[in-house]
Write a protein that binds this ligand. Structure first.
Ligand SMILES: Nc1ncnc2c1ncn2[C@@H]1O[C@H](COP(=O)(O)OP(=O)(O)OP(=O)(O)O)[C@@H](O)[C@H]1O
Ligand SMILES: [Mg+2]
Length: 225
């Protein structure tokens, strides 16, 4: 599904090149539930942004379902992102001016999904996450855990093949974190491939494989199930 070969990310200033990622080789098969771990500043978010096609590598090759992402134009990449990838952020990144309902609906509008289909898909998400009563509230009227549920609903409403989550429970209490890990495990059982970043060993153990990154390079790759 994902094949990264010798990926570098660097920033050039006048006299030196600073590496954020160096020589990353990573293959992910459909159905995996992979956790990326590593110290703060190791390059985890940078790698997630490249995998999510929100940023591009400085060098190396990236194949997504055998398509060469490293050769794609911006427009093609945003099409791929829109159609195949759901992204969940630590800081929720909901749109403050939109209701819960509208936030969840947004990716479907971008995808050009018909009005009837949108209604039924959003209703399904609200139901699934027990948020029907909250659908007309704005993000600031929700708790952190509830906002992240909306973030997850928004990420999966378009039925992505790949769910990327960069510290999705970083701002939550541990029981809220557990609830989100339960949801991830369920989604993975339903067939969605998941890559998450977490600092929590407990959350990492919910996945099937742990990749560790130190100073922008792969330091370990461990299958746990
Ligand atoms: N646009 C940028 N310009 C310069 N340096 C950057 C840029 N983006 C990231 N970096 C640097 O790259 C390194 C890796 O950052 P990244 O956000 O990927 O780390 P991380 O592993 O996600 O850390 P954390 O656990 O704190 O989220 C950091 O040293 C950061 O300062
Ligand atoms: Mg990060």
């Amino acid at each position: 599904m994902i094949k990264l070969t010798d990926i570098d990310k660097y920033i050039d200033s006048r006299f030196q090149r600073t590496f954020i990622l160096k020589g990353i080789d990573l293959e992910v098969q459909p159905g995996e539930f992979l956790t990326i771990m590593g110290p703060s500043g190791a390059g985890k978010s940078s790698l997630m942004n490249i995998i999510g096609m929100l940023d591009e590598p400085s060098a190396g090759e990236y194949y997504f379902f055998d398509e060469p992402v490293h050769k794609m134009r911006e427009k093609q990449k945003s099409e791929m992102h829109k159609n195949f990838i759901g992204f969940i952020f630590q800081a929720y990144h909901l749109i403050d001016e939109l209701t819960v309902y509208e936030n969840i609906e947004t990716p479907l509008l971008y995808k050009g999904v018909s009005s009837n289909m949108r209604k039924s898909l959003v209703a399904e998400m609200l139901d699934r996450f027990n948020m029907v009563a909250k659908k007309d509230l704005f993000p600031e009227q929700l708790s952190g855990g509830q906002q992240q549920l909306v973030g997850i609903a928004r990420a999966i409403v378009g039925e992505p093949k790949l769910l990327l989550a960069d510290e999705p429970t970083g701002n939550l209490h541990s029981d809220q974190g557990r609830q989100i890990m339960d949801i991830f495990q369920k989604l993975n059982e339903e067939g969605i491939t998941i890559i998450q970043v977490t600092h929590s060993e407990e959350n990492a153990r919910r996945g099937k494989r742990i990749v560790r990154i130190v100073d922008g390079a792969m330091a370990a790759d461990e299958k746990i199930r």
